[in-house]
Design a protein around this ligand. Structure first.
Ligand code: SAH
Length: 242
């Protein structure tokens, strides 16, 4: 997967790409990541990339010219057309389903907004997907870009050694993950649940599912409702078949 990121703060990505998952994916040649400084596409003498908004109001808006030029330049010499993503609170919500939908796309261009955001003409002409990482406002698209990058990179085959572990994470089975325990068995009088030490795989799987259901029901009634409805449909279809 190739990802080109356009940002006014390339330094924010330094630690993120130099360690752990992203570093490993790049080293293995599974991720080809380029961080570009948007200011290098600014043409004015003061390298201005933002301006006041028409119609008045506080806050600056990223100008269209540098972004149009940058995206056009990044589109040169490609064998496939990349999907361009702009991060904005008004976009579609990033969730595991969206990551699954996008994970096989080979090339992305990520545009990180700043200040009030970007000129609408950039969105209309250059952006394929508008993505939000949640119902809150951050100061820039850099953290959202990193969130999406990490979410996508985990799904590239060969990046995570233990794919079974990734598959058992929250959301993969429409339920959140339940509690996890490691050694020691007893710590400050706090014991690991007996069933996990039993060696009985069926009981352990049942217990984990029970706990996953409990956590989902308690913490995320919205997901729980979806799970129950999907479960009902599966059972109904099974009955029809039978
Ligand atoms: N005026 C905008 C907020 C601008 S925040 C509005 O009211 O919707 C500045 C930049 O941060 C945005 O351009 C966007 O790229 C990024 N950003 C902030 N919050 C975000 C979120 N929840 N999801 C994705 N991007 C976000």
């Amino acid at each position: 997967m190739r990802v080109d990121v356009l940002t006014l703060f390339p330094g924010l990505f330094d630690g993120f790409i130099k360690d752990a998952l992203i570093k490993r994916a790049c080293q293995k040649g599974l991720l080809n990541l380029h961080i570009w400084h948007l200011r290098s596409w600014a043409r004015s003498r003061h390298q201005q990339v933002d301006d006041y908004q028409f119609g008045g109001g506080p806050g600056m808006v990223l100008k269209p010219e540098p972004l149009f030029q940058a995206v056009d330049d990044l589109l040169q010499n490609r064998d496939a057309k990349p999907v361009t993503v702009y991060f904005a609170p008004s976009g579609e919500l990033l969730d595991q389903d969206l990551l699954e939908e996008l994970k096989d796309i080979d090339q992305f261009i990520f545009i990180c907004g700043r200040y009030k955001g970007v000129d609408q003409r950039v969105i209309d002409e250059k952006v394929d997907r508008l993505v939000s990482i949640g119902d809150y406002v951050l100061s820039g698209g850099e953290l959202p870009a990193m969130v999406m990058l990490e979410g996508l990179t985990r799904l590239i085959p060969g990046v995570i050694n233990d794919l079974d572990s990734a598959r058992s994470d929250s959301f993969q089975a429409s339920l959140l993950e339940g509690p996890l325990y490691t050694r020691p068995e007893e710590f400050m009088d706090l014991k690991v649940p007996e069933v996990l030490l039993s060696g009985n795989h069926k009981s352990i799987a049942d217990w984990r599912k029970e706990k996953a259901m409990e956590v989902t029901r308690r913490n995320r009634p919205d997901l729980w409702k979806r799970y129950i409805e999907a479960d009902k449909t599966i059972k109904r279809d099974k009955n029809k078949e039978g």
